[in-house]
Design a protein around this ligand. Sequence first.
Ligand code: ATP
Ligand code: MG
Length: 400
Amino acid sequence: MIYDHILIRYGELGLKGKNMKQFLIQLQRNIKSALWAFPDTKVRRTQGRIFVELHGEDADAILTELEKIYGIHSMSLAIKVENDLDTIKQGALTALKENEDAQTFKVSVRRANKGFPIGSQEMNPLIGAHILQNIDGLNVDVHQPDVEVRIEIREHATYITSKNIYGAGGLPVGTAGKSLLLLSGGIDSPVAGHLMMKRGIQLEMIHFHSPPFTSERAKQKVLELTEVLTSYGGPIKVHLVPFTALQQEIFKSIPEKFAMTVMRRVMLTISEKVCEQVGILSVTTGESLGQVASQTLASMNVINEVTNIPVLRPLVALDKADIIEHSQKIGTYDISILPYEDCCTVFVPKSPATNPKRETVQKYESRVDFTELIAEAISEIETVRIEQRKALADDFDELL
Ligand code: ATP
Ligand code: MG
């Protein structure tokens, strides 16, 4: 391995001034946190780029972690050399030799350091000629080269790369505020959370459980799903709401057909109160239009009316097959399909109304006073902080 750095490029479109600075500080912090298992690495921010100094750590394993980090547009393994023509020539040759099957190449020099005496237009042919002289059978192709040797001449050093790896895109987690994800243990809600993270949202989770009807293992499943998501954006808090008393009351007092709708309304009411308590401005659910009886537009209307807080539903227009594929890709699928019951499957009514009328639901609900049970459930919430894959990510303390 000749490379000693990873050069990280970020998408900067539309970002300026203060936003840009915040974006960069957050991205650097997220990268540091993601590399907790590689203690010798250093993450540095310079103008226009972030660099990871490898100091002998495993580059491939590090790239695997970096591929999950939102806000990274692309990255490359890089050789760092002095700002000196002969040294740069030598470095470019070494980087190109890493690509054994290449038949064509192109050199792209970028001179960020205007103090370097040779301009980029002059540098390109100088470096190209040096490579042609030293490797047989290689040709230049400026349009579709097999390898592009990129040379960045910066203030204190020059970085040479020959491979480009696409990053995850999106915005760094933590730059778009927080959302409270209703996490159920099923396939959909973890995917919904992951999609919001891509837009820079930092998550907290809320999970409703009904012991002893739901087991300790079912709760564990939700914590494990959360742990998988931490590798995309740092430690996550999980609020576990004891829901048994409320569910029993609902299924005792509300006609079975409308119990599901009322249950969702109560979940959303509690979620809104938790948002207020912890200063979060939105909730996210894994609902997708038409998937099950409770996810019709009529249902969404009646459920939504209990709150003014934005309810984000990133899966609303996705097909189930696409959601499943996404969950396999992010590593939550195998946990989601474990057969532990959740509170909705235990108490699920045989035929919930697909077209619940607001007036009907309000009528039944007005006969029961949930206020005290709701207050009790909120006061008994257990909050757990899940670390990034059990790492001690000190950098994140200030964020939570
Ligand atoms: P999922 O696969 O996420 O469980 P689903 O397709 O099974 O979704 P529902 O069971 O109708 O759909 O739930 C819709 C959404 O309500 C879930 O995606 C989740 O956001 C929320 N939800 C359901 N049950 C719970 C729960 N026990 N705790 C927290 N949120 C829940
Ligand atoms: Mg479910």
